[in-house]
Write a protein that binds this ligand. Sequence first.
Ligand SMILES: [Zn+2]
Length: 467
Amino acid sequence: MEKNIWKKVLPFMATLLMLLTISPLTGLASMDRESADDRFMTYEELVENLNQIEAESSGKVEVDVIGHSRQDREVYAARVGTGDDVLLINGNIHGNEKSGPEALLQMLRMLGTSDNSLAQEVREGVTIVAIPRLNVDGAEITQRQNIFPWDDVMATYPNLEGSEPAWYYSERNGGFDINRDFNPDLSYEPVLEDLPGTGADPGFFLTNESRMLRDLYLDLKAEFGQVEAFVDLHHMGTPVLNETGEDVTIAIDYPPLGPEDSSKYDEWPALDQDESRRYALAAALGVKEFSDSEEPGVARYLHPEERDLPGQARSSFALNGTATVLFEMPGQQPEYGYDQALIDRVENGLWGIATRMADNAIDHLNGDDFLKLPKYWTSNVSDVETLVERFAEEGEFENDDAVRSLTTHLAAISHYAEKEEADKVVKHTESLKSLLDRQKEEELISEKAYDRLTDDADYLIEKWQES
Ligand SMILES: [Zn+2]
């Protein structure tokens, strides 16, 4: 009897094992999402783990409640180290982006219990303060936003009566994108005439969560004089690199604060984008040096020049003089499951920053080197040229003529872009689009290449029309 059961079960187990070991970056990942999701910490497990780390750390790690969510869950921060420079790290501000807390607990456990030289150096040179999971309510139901229905907002801030909901409020989910709720004026209180605002405006500190992170930032600033660095941990889509077509395995960024030559932020002289790029570079170096593999998928995160989001936590803190870094991991929850390699990559990036803060090596990095990391989006004509080259190598065109006519067109566009003749760039990019349409009709180009190149041409047209 038993034998028969195993005969049936074993092939099934083998298939199951195979599915579970498939990387979430391959399309099959969603098949195992139920089981994979169970491996992310629940709120109770998070609290239990934090308390355990504190207990086992012989006083090295201190865990505190920094505030309460709208649904009255306690939000925790952990502090470790005695250095003069503060590294503030925030995870899970978006409830459906769950690898941050896992990586932070791994790092805290090591800092709390290990006596290896790396942990010692960091404990002595840096003070690390980490909020593993800021959006505790959103994480419970795996949604991006917190839970704070507009009616409750009205009850909380009667002075906003009659206002349209803030632009980053989701009617459908009854809550806010907390990472748009920040304001570089850290004492800002919401007033009727500022709402509903736009993405290019600062946020309003409407949520408990943004306010508790802001308050923690201000407390640390009072204690240390400055919050040296801030890292925010996220998940994104699943892009591939322009040049090689390889999966992006982690994307890193400095703050999106518009074109750097604009005067919009002149009133914020502490903003130092180059410093943020040095910290971002330190993270990328950490991902590579603490890994056993080469990590070719370490990339820059989407950062067209004109991207301008002052209401993000990292932007508001950067305007106050903090170096800030964004980590974006591929694949959000629940569609993408727990991935240990990805979590380790986040931890390694954090070590890259922390170790270089501890020995001050971070000040001697060249911020421009960060800009040499591979990209997965288009910001200029040469990116489109790179894409055509890759698509040609991947066999996305029917013949060489199709490739040649595109490269000829692109050479012309590039020529006019260099001379900054915007009208001609737009005109020739429009004719590039017509060429792509013809190629599609004649089945000379794959759907995939056509869609990407057309989208990117649209972006270039829009960018040059505005210039
Ligand atoms: Zn996010």
